[in-house]
Ligand binder design. Structure first.
Ligand code: NI
Ligand code: MN
Length: 222
């Protein structure tokens, strides 16, 4: 399984002939490592509809006939744009060819009138990945960590709109993932953060997790 950081909260997950993208904000993303034409995902997982997550979803989905998995309200909006969707809601899980996607709580806005933001727990073949989406720290992350043997947790550390380094390190201590990878920082001035300070803090309070800091375009294979 290969996980590639596309910048901000956008990630490409690939295994054999299956590919999945989280929150494909590429056009206008100063850290984007690919253009929308360079990705051909079968699945797009969209945590919420703020511009820095919705990004190129419609364009990529139309070109590749990708299935967009997101919340009901955002799925309705995308269906009207001619995009193929599957809607989930908080706590809901559905099987796909590669495993399953479960929508989990995120403390954040949906980005459209009504609806919610979510995070995703994804079983991708034999691996478990948690993409928290944009979120503040919440105690039920402990349940996610107890319920699933997470291989990777992707967590925002930029603050202002989401958890900062301190809150994300507490999240890491609860999630107990084998590997934690920070995201959603340094894209804009408001979300500046030092990922190496995050590593230091995690080593102290979440010592069972290994932190990998990826630059956009870098990938992590497991
Ligand atoms: Ni947001
Ligand atoms: Mn965001």
């Amino acid at each position: 399984m290969k996980l590639t950081f596309l910048g901000h909260a956008a990630w490409l997950l690939e295994e054999n002939h299956t590919s999945l993208i989280f929150d494909p904000f590429l056009t206008g993303n100063p850290l984007a490592s690919k253009t929308p034409d360079e990705v051909q995902p079968q699945y797009i997982l969209l945590t919420h509809a703020h511009g820095d997550h919705l990004g190129d979803t419609i364009d990529i989905a139309r070109k590749n006939d990708s299935l967009v998995v997101t919340t009901h309200e955002i799925a309705e909006m995308l269906s009207q744009e001619g995009v193929k969707t599957h809607s989930l809601h908080i706590g809901g899980k559905f099987p796909f060819d590669f495993g399953f996607v479960k929508a989990v709580e995120a403390l954040h806005g949906s980005g459209i009138p009504g609806g919610h933001a979510v995070g995703f727990v994804v079983k991708f073949f034999d691996r478990f990945i948690y993409h928290s989406g944009d979120t503040g720290l919440f105690g039920d992350m402990k349940i996610i960590g107890e319920q699933y043997p997470l291989d990777i947790a992707l967590l925002p550390i930029g603050g202002n709109y989401t958890m900062d380094i301190e809150d994300a390190a507490i999240a890491a201590s609860w999630l107990n993932a084998k590997t934690v990878i920070p995201m959603h920082y340094n894209t804009f001035d408001l979300i500046k953060a030092d990922p190496h300070a995050f590593v230091t803090l995690c080593n102290k309070i979440a010592p069972t997790s290994k932190v990998e800091v990826l630059k956009p375009s870098q990938n992590y294979t497991l």
